[in-house]
Design a protein around this ligand. Structure first.
Ligand code: GLN
Length: 305
């Protein structure tokens, strides 16, 4: 497909989304995110052949939140290798992203690295033997290298805002520690985790940052092919929490969402796709972002199935 045809499709999707009646609701449990204007929508595609096509509010920076869990997982696997799986599982949870109930049944080993409990363990692994500042520098450095763009930062206000209201995440971290599955103090791990979640990117930057998961020649190569496959497998099965099955059914692509309203989806070998719309559905995934992904995947005949 020509660049002009792709651009026309993205523009048409933006027009349809902007006419939507139901925009969902912004995350309100993090006060800084509750202030984000609801009616925003953006989509961007970085094809394997190079370049990036974007439409809508594609240059507005937003909080990537749980989309950061992919980058953190790639780094933690690079440091710990398969040992990481002793501490965190690889099964869909079927529960909300911030749920605590399974953690007791599973003896403190979170179901997967994309729910909060699992991501806290992943960040704890990245923190091993160093200060939060250094761990965050590696995470930010990884994201910038993936996007080939140094103009990406952490929004400290968002991180502080979450820290002041992060009682559930503190509960998860203390619970993990009680099961001996947290090496560092909960305050240190969560301070790092909240800052990692508070990385801001535009939709265009996020599509570019996702290229390392596409697995095609000429794209930034930050992890091995075998690891790319595994990261994509986890995104497909666990990337949208208890909405993962529904997302696979509707969109058919591995993806990771965040409560800031971003979703990063991968078309293996072909493209990295990012959407942003801060209104969420009941699972905490972008409502219009999911609709747009579904439309684009169908139009482009993109699916892993
Ligand atoms: N920082 C958020 C939290 O821990 C991330 C959640 C999300 O994006 N689903 O609650």
């Amino acid at each position: 497909m020509s660049a002009a045809d792709l651009q026309a499709r993205l523009d048409a999707i933006v027009d349809r989304m902007r006419a939507a009646e139901d925009w969902g609701a912004v995350a309100d449990y993090i006060p800084e995110l509750a202030r984000v204007p609801l009616r925003q929508f953006a989509i961007a595609v970085a094809p394997a052949e190079g370049g990036v096509a974007a439409a809508g509010d594609a240059d507005v920076p937003f909080s990537i939140q749980s989309v950061s869990k992919i980058f953190a997982l790639a780094i933690a696997l690079g440091r710990a290798g398969d040992q990481l799986w002793n501490r965190v599982g690889r099964e869909p949870s079927g529960s909300a992203f911030n749920s605590i109930v399974q953690l007791e049944h599973e003896q403190g080993r979170p179901r997967n690295p994309f729910i909060n409990a699992g991501a806290i363990v992943t960040t704890d692994e990245i923190l091993k033997g160093r200060a939060p500042r250094d761990a965050l520098a590696e995470i930010l450095g990884f994201v910038r290298a993936a996007a080939e763009d140094d103009d990406i930062y952490i929004n400290d206000r968002v991180a502080q805002s979450e820290n002041h209201h992060g009682h559930r995440n503190y509960a998860l971290a203390h619970f993990l520690r009680a099961f001996d599955n947290l090496a560092n103090a909960p305050e240190l791990v969560l301070g790092t985790y909240f800052h990692q979640c508070a990385i801001e990117m535009t939709t265009r930057q996020l599509a570019l940052a996702g290229r390392f998961l596409v697995g095609a020649p000429g794209l930034p190569r930050l992890v091995s092919t075998a690891r790319i496959r595994r990261l994509n497998a986890l995104m497909l099965t666990c990337g949208q929490y208890d909405g993962s099955g529904e997302f696979a059914f509707r969109v058919g692509l591995p993806a990771k969402s965040g409560v800031g309203g971003g979703i990063l989806a991968i078309v293996p070998g072909r493209a990295s796709v990012a959407v942003f719309s801060p209104g969420l559905d009941g699972y905490g995934n972008s409502l219009l972002g999911t609709v747009a992904m579904e439309q684009l995947a169908r139009q482009m005949d993109w699916s892993v199935f």
